[in-house]
Design a protein around this ligand. Structure first.
Ligand code: FAD
Length: 386
């Protein structure tokens, strides 16, 4: 995607830093609500950070009530995306299937399912055999049970960014790409000058949606945003003819974190690497292959015979408790640190940040996600992470 606004304006009502799913969703929701001069500054191209590297998974199966609510609300908004903001996003609500092979995980997921059900999410526990019928590529050795929710699924991240950015522009928002924020200067009690490589813009309100790069943006205004970049890789297989008509849920071996979902005639698959260390590493590494091969061999051995077409590395934006940072310090707002589930929360968080900026009450109270929780000893762990 290329820049539609080569010139950075001198003034804006709101400056959003970052043009990923969060920045574009926040810009759309603010512009749609009538905020006239929303300016998004993006150092590269729209979606070029973590968003377009994402596996596209969307779900409401979490352990934390806040994440369940944000995920479920986002699913609703993804479903209506072709009408509002008006973009086809290739949404496949094929369900998420978490495969569980320890008693502790089964107990934890049973608890999660109860909580999800109490919030209207139609998840349920299924037997290992039922899981295999749903996702025939899997082996059930060592599998005790699984958790499934039919509303979950996956869609296309670049289409989501495109949809929000196109509609936000229709409401008057400007997207200035190739525009890196270098510093933020406080110019009075509630005003800022955001200085970029292409000039500066004055504004009463800044929103940081800078993903893995948020810590340095927070530091510019003296706000500690504890977000670390962590490399994650995905791969895409050659076509699997036997998948032809098969509806395949987004399948996750929770123990190893190996996961896969349909991507055209083949599969997308990935896994976390416990040996990975924080850093802005975007080169593809082979270090994860022995562990990945072992996990595939155990849970979906058929995939070992399928060729790999391509793959890439992207960055998770990780916080100490694997939960987001959403809040503000004066008129500096932030929505970041989604720790691997930011794509799926983009629509709901766009609504929440719109309401925080406009002084309205959001549909869900996110005050527990304020970045000050760590200093206050109130970390809020999300346990259902992959
Ligand atoms: C391999 C992989 C798989 C994933 N799978 C999923 C998934 O299935 N489901 C899910 O929900 N999430 C997934 N994620 C996580 C998801 O991609 C992120 O949580 C989400 O994209 C975060 O969106 P964002 O807008 O906050 O950040 P980003 O998309 O990274 O956007 C931040 C933007 O800020 C810009 N920026 C940074 N610094 C500056 C600056 N100084 N000036 C101007 N601009 C700046 C960056 O260039 C970037 O474009 C995955 C991530 C990876 C890497």
């Amino acid at each position: 995607m290329t820049s539609g606004w080569p010139e950075l304006p001198g003034q804006a009502e709101v400056v959003v830093i970052g043009g990923g799913v969060m920045g574009s969703s926040i810009a759309f929701h603010l512009a749609e609500a009538g905020v006239r001069d929303v300016v998004v500054v993006e150092k590269d191209e729209l979606g070029s950070g973590s968003t377009c590297k994402a596996a596209g998974g969307v779900r409401a199966q979490f352990s934390d009530e806040l994440n369940i609510r944000l995920g479920a609300r986002s699913l609703e908004l993804f479903r209506r995306f072709p009408q509002r903001p008006g973009q086809e996003i290739d949404l496949h609500q094929v369900g998420y299937l978490f495969l569980l092979s320890s008693d502790d995980d089964v107990t934890a997921f049973e608890r999660n399912v109860d909580l999800q059900n109490s919030l209207g999410v139609p998840s349920r526990m299924v037997t290992a055999e039922e899981a295999r019928r749903m996702s025939p590529l899997i082996e059930t050795d060592g599998l005790l049970a699984a958790a499934f929710s039919p509303d979950d699924g996956h869609c296309t991240p670049e289409s989501v960014v495109l949809g929000y950015a196109t509609a936000a522009r229709r409401f008057g928002a400007r997207f200035c790409t190739r525009t890196a924020v270098r510093s933020i200067v406080g110019t009075g009690s509630d005003s800022f000058r955001v200085e970029t490589g292409r000039g500066s813009v004055s504004t009463p309100t800044v929103v940081c949606a800078a993903g893995a790069w948020s810590r340095e943006i927070g530091a510019m205004v003296g706000v500690d945003l504890p977000v670390s970049p962590l490399r994650r890789q995905v791969m895409f297989t050659e076509p699997l003819p036997e998948l032809h008509d098969q509806v395949t849920p987004f399948t996750i071996d929770f123990d190893s974190t190996f996961y896969f979902h349909r991507e055209g005639p083949g599969l997308l698959f990935g896994m976390s690497d416990p040996d990975e260390t924080p850093g802005f590493k975007l080169d593809v590494s082979d270090a994860w292959l022995p562990r990945l091969t072992e996990a595939i061999g155990r849970r979906a051995p058929r995939l070992l015979d399928v060729g790999v077409r391509t793959g890439w590395a992207g960055l998770y934006e990780v916080t100490p408790d694997h939960n987001a940072l959403i809040g503000s310090a004066g008129r500096f707002f932030y929505a970041t640190g989604f720790s691997g589930h930011g794509f799926l929360q983009g629509p709901a968080v766009g609504e929440v940040v719109r309401d925080l900026v406009l002084g309205r009450e959001p549909f869900v109270d996110v005050s527990a996600l304020d970045a000050s929780r760590f200093a206050a000893g109130q970390a809020r762990p999300e346990l259902n992470c992959v």
